[in-house]
Design a protein around this ligand. Structure first.
Ligand code: HEC
Length: 99
């Protein structure tokens, strides 16, 4: 019984992270962040940078907002086009390691 429970938990966990990677694919994030030809930091680098927010409950939403707003000289369409919900989910995915 316990084994089945663990299996189900694992399945749930993997499907959740898969869903968020899919969200990144659907929002065109891979075009830049999964290809080293571009200047965009790769996922592991972003995950390392954002890991510090792990224990902060509202961090994904706040960082998502920041990403959508962009910085003074780096406005990226794919970032700006995100809905608040998607931005939060994607930031949570990155904070959790971007697997
Ligand atoms: C057109 C290329 C491009 C696409 C598409 C793109 N990005 Fe980026 N992204 C960049 C570049 C370049 C940077 C580094 C410049 C910067 O810090 O703003 C960056 C930076 C980031 C950062 C770090 C921002 C910071 O200041 O710490 C995050 C997080 C991020 N992108 C997430 C995403 C997500 C999620 C998507 C999909 C919606 C996405 N990006 C799509 C080019 C892109």
């Amino acid at each position: 019984m316990k084994k089945i429970f663990i299996l189900i938990t694992l399945l749930l966990l993997t499907s959740v992270s898969y869903a968020n990677r899919q969200l990144a694919v659907r929002n065109g994030c891979m075009g830049c962040h999964a290809d080293t030809e571009y200047d965009a930091p790769p996922w592991p680098e972003l995950a390392a940078k954002y890991a510090k927010f792990k224990d902060q409950p509202d961090a994904a939403r706040l960082q998502g907002e920041k990403l959508r707003k962009g910085k003074l000289f780096t406005k990226i369409k794919a970032h700006q086009k995100l809905t608040p919900t998607n931005a939060t989910e994607l930031m949570q995915w990155i904070i959790d390691g971007a697997h």
